[in-house]
Write a new protein. Structure first.
Length: 213
């Protein structure tokens, strides 16, 4: 992708990247004891666009559906900023969080199915245009895949710490490969981690909040 082709997308990505929630906000959210209070704190600021229209955080299925819809809408928006030859790969990246990385009948705590990830990576890579940076575009997906498997759906300090370990590598890819497709997928991977964290915070509180709270 030529720099001139990517200039518009890069300016939009940079703006969205800079507007992501910071650790101070995440710490404030994680101090919330109920789903309603957690949701209320997201109503303004960088997370507002993700929870706008979510009226009740006590239904975990509704939370999951709402955030999946917002994620897909955002992926489509980002894809629309790109030259046409990159759009299919960007939209396919948006399906990554939905991968069944664990077999449906696997017991709790079972390891992810490594073949599922490999199959997805191979199929996705075939959608990448022939370009100098295409091989490096795999790296954001490879960093994100382990975070979306196994128990990463849960909330809590362990999950947040795991995401925090991946984020610096993705941020470096975003900065070092600005004005290339690598930055697109690094950005989308970072957003996916943010939404994983938001979803975990809401769903865990919804599941364990006392009745009538």
């Amino acid at each position: 992708m030529a720099d001139t082709d990517f200039a518009y997308a890069q300016s939009r990505l940079q703006s969205r990247y800079g507007a992501r929630a910071d650790e101070a906000l995440w710490r404030a959210l994680e101090a919330s004891r109920g789903a309603g209070h957690y949701l209320a704190q997201t109503r303004s600021g960088p997370l507002a666009a993700w929870t706008d229209g979510l009226a009740d955080a006590r239904d975990p299925h509704r939370v999951e559906q709402h955030l999946r819809e917002r994620w897909q809408r955002h992926v489509d928006e980002v894809a629309g900023w790109l030259p046409r030859r990159w759009q299919a790969a960007a939209r396919a990246f948006g399906r990554l969080p939905e991968l069944p990385l664990k077999p449906p009948d696997a017991p709790a705590g079972a390891a992810a199915d490594p073949d599922a990830a490999a199959r997805w990576l191979s199929a996705w890579q075939r959608q990448l245009p022939a370009a100098a940076e295409a091989a490096l575009c795999r790296r954001p997906a490879e960093l994100l895949l382990p975070r979306l498997s196994g128990g990463s759906r849960a909330g809590g300090p362990a999950r947040a710490a795991g995401a925090a370990a991946v984020q610096p590598a993705l941020a470096r890819l975003f900065r070092r490969h600005a004005a290339t497709a690598v930055a697109v997928f690094a950005y989308l991977a970072l957003v996916a981690l943010d939404l994983e964290r938001l979803r975990g915070g809401l769903v865990v509180r919804a599941l364990f909040e006392p009745e009538g709270a």
